[in-house]
Design a protein around this ligand. Structure first.
Ligand code: CP
Length: 316
């Protein structure tokens, strides 16, 4: 593995999952792997789980982690080649990236979409410029379009909670929200589950919330949530704004918020959400506080996903 930007950087998903599960059993078994090595964590928007779990994962591998809240403490970066920088941007990515590359052994970055211009967001300019100019392995801590550490965590959590020989039925369901939310967690979950190939996968959402086919191809897609939920083993709950009518909230229909009544048609489904979650808007208290919720286990598993990925990059 050279970078960790999407599932396409992973040669063997199950091997990476097993590596993470082994770290969960023995967190310090590779404490010497990262001795005298440094990992940079650049954040352009807030985080609880990603920031702390990646720091803990790096410490478990003996690395020093330095966090930089670039949006608040750094210079405003220019990304456009040939730009005449007489506006608000102060430093060109071509100048900043090699410096960052010289300070660290691995560089991680969290970006965020504007949700205003789909082409700009889906071109992932910052990530690709960092890969081009920084000269070291780059890890996405969530980008404009994908959240690979979250998706790896999700497959780890599903693997831990499903022991039958058959494939699990996994349903990704849209949930209401009060503001426009990126598609990245849902894109990424769909991309990873499809690439994994070990699930019967359905996506359900209201009309107008179709995700990009580059992520969803292979899944069953329906606007009928109750039909989708029938016999589900896992239900992944997530809001996203429209991809087609880019960044727009087309409905806040509360009927899409999952309750125990919705779950009655499932196969005692376990419920997942990446967090943070807006309680009683996206997902009901009765589910989040009930026995079918996996959200705490998912959050805790972020450490082992990050540790497996950093370890792979260090070994290379
Ligand atoms: N799930 C997730 O990425 O959480 P944070 O935004 O808190 O890092």
């Amino acid at each position: 593995m050279k970078n960790f930007i999407s599932v396409n950087d992973v040669a063997d998903i199950n091997a990476l999952v097993q590596k993470a599960i082994a770290y969960k059993a023995h967190p310090l078994k590779d404490i010497a792997l990262g001795t005298h090595k440094r990992i940079g964590l650049l954040f352009l928007n807030p985080s609880l789980r990603t920031r702390l779990s990646t720091q803990i994962a790096a410490a478990n591998l003996g690395m020093e982690a330095i966090v930089f809240n670039m949006d608040k403490e750094g210079w405003k970066l220019e990304l456009e080649d040939g730009a005449i920088m007489d506006g608000t941007t102060v430093e060109h990515i071509k100048d900043a990236a090699p410096i960052l590359g010289s300070y660290f052994d691995i560089l991680c970055v969290r970006t965020f979409p504007s949700l205003l211009n789909r082409d700009d967001d889906y071109n992932e300019v910052l990530l690709s410029r960092l890969i081009e100019y920084a000269g070291l392995p780059i890890v996405s801590l969530e980008s404009a379009t994908l959240h690979p550490l979250q998706s790896l965590t999700d497959i780890i959590t599903i693997t831990e909670n499903f022991k039958e020989v058959r494939k699990p039925k996994i349903v990704l369901t849209w949930a209401p929200h009060i503001k426009p939310i990126p598609q990245c967690v849902s894109n990424s979950f769909a991309q990873w589950i499809n690439a994994w190939g070990e699930a019967d996968f359905t996506i359900t959402h209201p009309e107008g919330y179709e995700l990009g086919e580059q992520y969803t191809a292979g899944a069953t897609i329906t606007h009928n949530q109750q039909q989708a939920l029938a016999d589900a083993d896992f239900v992944y709950v997530k809001n996203w704004s429209s991809y087609q009518d880019y960044g727009k909230v087309l409905t806040e229909n509360p009927k899409w918020m999952l309750t125990n009544k919705h779950l009655s048609v499932t196969n005692h489904a376990k419920v997942m959400h990446c967090l943070p979650v807006r309680r009683n808007v996206e997902l009901s208290d009765e589910i989040l506080d009930g026995p079918q919720s996996l959200v705490s286990q998912q959050g805790a598993n972020r450490v082992w996903a990050a540790q497996a990925v950093i370890s792979e990059l260090l070994k290379n």
